[in-house]
Design a protein around this ligand. Sequence first.
Ligand SMILES: Nc1nc2c(ncn2[C@@H]2O[C@H](COP(=O)(O)OP(=O)(O)OP(=O)(O)O)[C@@H](O)[C@H]2O)c(=O)[nH]1
Ligand SMILES: [Mg+2]
Length: 377
Amino acid sequence: MKVVIILPTYNEKENIEELVPYLEEDIFPKVKNHKMFILVADDNSPDGTAEEVKKLMKKWQNIDISEGPKRGLGAAYVRGMTHAIEKMDADIMFEMDADGQHDPKKIPEFLNKIDQGYDMAIGTRYSQGGSIPENWPIKRKMFSVFGNLLVRTILMKFSIHDWTGGYRVLKKEVFLKEKDELEYYHSYTFQIAFLHKTLRDGFKVAEVPFHFSDRKLGMSKFPALEYIINALKYVITAKIKEIIFGPFGKFLVVGGIGFILNATILKILVETFKWNPSYANLVGAAVAIFSNFNLNNLWTFNEKKITNISSYFLKLIQFYLTSAIGVIFIQTGTIFLGDHLIGRQYYFIYFLIGTFLLLIYNFTIYNRIIWRKKPQK
Ligand SMILES: Nc1nc2c(ncn2[C@@H]2O[C@H](COP(=O)(O)OP(=O)(O)OP(=O)(O)O)[C@@H](O)[C@H]2O)c(=O)[nH]1
Ligand SMILES: [Mg+2]
């Protein structure tokens, strides 16, 4: 397949002079099963990076350049990847810093992951076999390590260890799927957003540990403060969106509909048909639970929908039972405990706490028991 190594550059003349010949002479001859190309995505660097690339293009025919205004690292990658696919017919693309910090000797290992069927492979500095420069000042080390840990914790995605690094390989299909959404991330947040969306859409992502060496030539472009703010903004909004529009948000809407049904039936039976409120509530709750089960099945957990008729009835019974256990032990239990241990005057607060715990319990039971994902064969 056709592989394009994309090197984003802003004032990297000295580095590109070293890196390109190294790739061409020492690395590419070792890759036997793919055709290797280079694309430099340069943002009109004033130091003459583009002129240097054009010299190299005369020596090697597998090099191309995409030039444009400086809008940030993410924007340069979007432009570069689009160019690689449309103008160079790339099947596979690498993201690699032009300053030599990403050890090119790892290229075959990255390509192995693609050959094994992965859609993307992420170079990681934070799992076994990976590392960051020892001579980095302690502030930068802490920033890098804790920054990554924070991203993983907020997004609750621990399987990938390095979210911020820029040494990656991906199939063109991944970029084409995410491209429109990536236009918004012009700077370094692009890396986090790209990986996050790739995982969200179910692409298979592998990790390749590598040693991140220190920059030897040229100046760093890393916009530390801007990056912290934008990265935090991204992960926090992404998490909130996930909660609101994901299964938990749907589960709350379904529960709300159940509550309205329960209350309406209770009122009609008591006020119009003069039923005893306890019996009326039993009917209301039974209808609400039935509605909750079906709406959750069709909407909240639609990816794990129960369609088989016998497991439908089995799960429905399970659902009634676990719902009853939740109301009796969790919700009523909290009220009972509060009443006995603290006092009756706060009974409504115990009810609210009990209901909150009940929501967590229900959501967990639905995920873990009722709509448990079948183990993959
Ligand atoms: N085209 C383009 N390239 C950029 C831009 N910002 C950074 N780069 C390139 O992206 C790569 C990574 O940037 P660096 O400054 O090395 O960032 P870093 O590796 O996190 O920081 P250091 O460890 O200090 O080098 C380098 O090849 C830069 O030249 C940009 O706005 N446009
Ligand atoms: Mg660098």
